[in-house]
Design a protein around this ligand. Structure first.
Ligand SMILES: C[S@@+](CC[C@H](N)C(=O)[O-])C[C@H]1O[C@@H](n2cnc3c(N)ncnc32)[C@H](O)[C@@H]1O
Length: 232
């Protein structure tokens, strides 16, 4: 299944399950709540996690996401423009340079960039301060180690190094744990939460083994927060 279809299919379930992403969106909004940018570009806007967390009036909000099912659930207003676009596709950024934004935001999405270097490069060309929250390799660390799977995501160090090529930013690592009543509940959540996405790489037998041997009653998450101050 194509990854955007996976996100679309799970869009409704995901809406109720996005506990960690909600925390991440709130942290990100905290970083910019003093500045209160009036116009925002949200890359990988999903069903509107960022927009719902903004508590100041907005002149303009542009959201892009490649999953139509997510865009369908996003709040719609006169000052909101939403586009079904893939940030892995350079043409995604073409029309965006006709807009002026106070800030570019991306929460819990850029870990899916095929070539993060390129995606950063295209975003940096828009010449706007950025705030990103990107899941990194500490996410599901014990789980992946238990299943002998190498990290699925880039390390915080790797993302920081790439980011330093394009942005003058501050870096902060956020870690969260999410507890579950049972291992079965944990795996069900993972499948639908959007972080697992289409990267379900374990067969039935391996999954059963993992569920038997996973030593924790919680999942681990690691997120790199990248924040550029606005130049006065
Ligand atoms: C975990 S959700 C986060 C949504 C929202 N930013 C939030 O914080 O609530 C990740 C989103 O990134 C989108 N996404 C993943 N890869 C993408 C790509 N290559 N281009 C555009 N959107 C993408 C998914 O469709 C999904 O809506």
């Amino acid at each position: 299944m194509k990854i955007q279809n996976e996100f679309s299919k799970n869009a409704k379930a995901y809406n109720n399950l996005k506990i960690i992403q909600k925390k991440v969106a709130e942290e990100l909004i905290c970083k910019i709540s003093k500045e209160k940018p009036g116009s925002i570009l949200d890359i990988g806007c999903g069903s509107g996690g960022i927009l719902r967390s903004v508590h100041w009036p907005l002149k303009k909000f542009v959201g892009i996401d490649f999953a139509e099912g997510m865009i369908d659930l996003h709040p719609k207003e006169q000052n909101i423009e939403l586009f079904v676009k893939d940030f892995n596709d350079p043409s995604c950024f073409k029309n965006l340079d006709t807009y002026t934004f106070d800030r570019i935001i991306s929460a819990s999405a850029l870990q899916w960039a095929d070539d993060l270097d390129h995606t950063f490069q295209y975003i940096a060309a828009l010449n706007t301060p950025v705030t990103f929250a990107i899941f990194t390799s500490g996410t599901f660390k014990t789980l992946l180690e238990t299943a002998s799977i190498p990290p699925l995501l880039r390390s915080a160090q790797e993302v920081t190094e790439l980011s330093k090529k394009y942005f003058k930013a501050e870096y902060e690592i956020l870690t969260y744990t999410l507890e579950f009543p049972s291992v079965r509940d944990m795996f069900r959540y993972m499948k639908k939460s959007g972080v697992g996405g289409a990267r379900n790489i374990l067969g039935y037998k391996e999954m059963k083994n993992l569920m038997k041997n996973y030593p924790l009653n919680y999942l681990e998450y690691e997120i790199l927060l990248i924040h550029e101050e606005r130049i006065q």
